[in-house]
Design a protein around this ligand. Structure first.
Ligand code: NDP
Length: 288
């Protein structure tokens, strides 16, 4: 039987409508959530991401500002801008689009962002809070995956979840959030031996590898939920996930399409984090 293709568009539009209402409620109490996005250089894909993020913010009724800096911007100048944004009352969330030019240290830049405004959840303080289960922003892509799983009614507790990839942005925090939902979690990476034996045990399989169509039906247990985080540009110019969608379709029970599911859900979680950062800054709660 063919897997159910998860309707990312519907999930995202429902979620964003809810955020828009909460933003309006917060605004009626005198607070408009605001996001500042900073981009350095001319990478075309990064400019598209930044535009999409700013547009999503505005559509949700949030304030947004975009700072475009030239490729040769000195690190100190970028850090000074972040320090200004840390002080700005209009800005509750700060996002610095990666990748940064080679002469700038991502680590120093991330650490310059006030933890309360770190809506990507990259600051070591927030990463630490995530580890110990303290309240704070959740990393956008993994949080989006958890929301997708909840939306389809997946029962995560006690299930074996296998995450392929261990990056700081996706794989590691994904494993942590699945653990928080009481899954039994295994993380695979480039040194994993006999990966197929492990992925075939997964009730929930999350692919975050960055290799187009690498995950085939023989990696998947019949009936598994398959979540594809990957975004890879093919030579044809088309986008493909890390999962070979057509090959896996008849094996999985649910599968996410690429594009159109985890990507837009990631931006939705960015909106949620900005809204919650504004709530925390103002000491007012409109979300539940
Ligand atoms: P990274 O390149 O940072 O990490 C890739 C991970 O995959 C590494 O842990 C690596 O292992 C592992 N890996 C690589 N090759 C293999 C292999 N053959 N077998 C098993 N594991 C392997 O990528 P990211 O985590 O940043 O991103 C992953 C994918 O998700 C990309 O396609 C990216 O574009 C996409 N992405 C999508 C987002 C969205 O919004 N939908 C957001 C962020 C990323 P090792 O650590 O050993 O090197």
């Amino acid at each position: 039987m063919s897997a159910q293709v998860i309707n990312g568009k519907e999930i995202v539009s429902e979620y964003r409508a809810q955020i828009k209402e909460q933003v309006a409620t917060l605004q009626s109490k005198g607070v408009q959530p605001g996001l500042a996005v900073v981009i350095v250089g001319d990478d075309p894909a990064s400019h598209v991401y930044v535009r999409n993020k700013a547009k999503a913010c505005e559509e949700a009724g949030m304030y947004s500002e975009v700072h475009k800096l030239p490729e040769n911007t000195p690190e100190q100048e970028l850090i000074e801008l972040i320090e200004k944004l840390n002080q700005s009352a209009k800005v509750h969330g700060i996002l610095v689009q990666s990748p940064l030019p080679k002469h700038i240290s991502e680590e120093r830049v991330v650490e310059a962002i006030a933890p309360g405004k770190d809506v990507d959840c990259f600051h070591p303080v927030n990463v630490g809070n995530l580890m110990i289960g303290k309240e704070g922003p959740l990393p956008c892509t993994p949080a989006g995956v958890i929301e997708i799983l909840k939306k389809i009614g997946a029962d995560i507790a006690g299930k074996h979840a296998v995450v392929i990839g261990r990056s700081n942005i996706v794989g590691k925090p994904m494993a942590m959030l699945l653990l928080r939902e009481h899954a039994t979690v295994t993380v695979c990476h480039s040194r994993t031996k006999n990966m197929e034996e492990i992925t075939r045990q997964a009730d929930i399989l999350v692919a975050a590898v960055g290799k187009a169509k690498m995950i085939k039906s023989h990696h998947v247990k019949p009936g598994a939920i398959v979540i594809d985080v990957g975004i890879n540009r093919l030579d044809t110019g088309k986008l493909a996930g890390d999962v070979d969608f057509d090959d896996v379709l008849d094996t999985a029970s649910y599968i996410t399409p690429v594009p159109g599911c985890v990507g837009p859900m990631t931006i939705t979680m960015l909106l949620r984090n900005t809204l919650e950062a504004a709530e925390r800054a103002a000491g007012v709660r409109v979300t539940v």
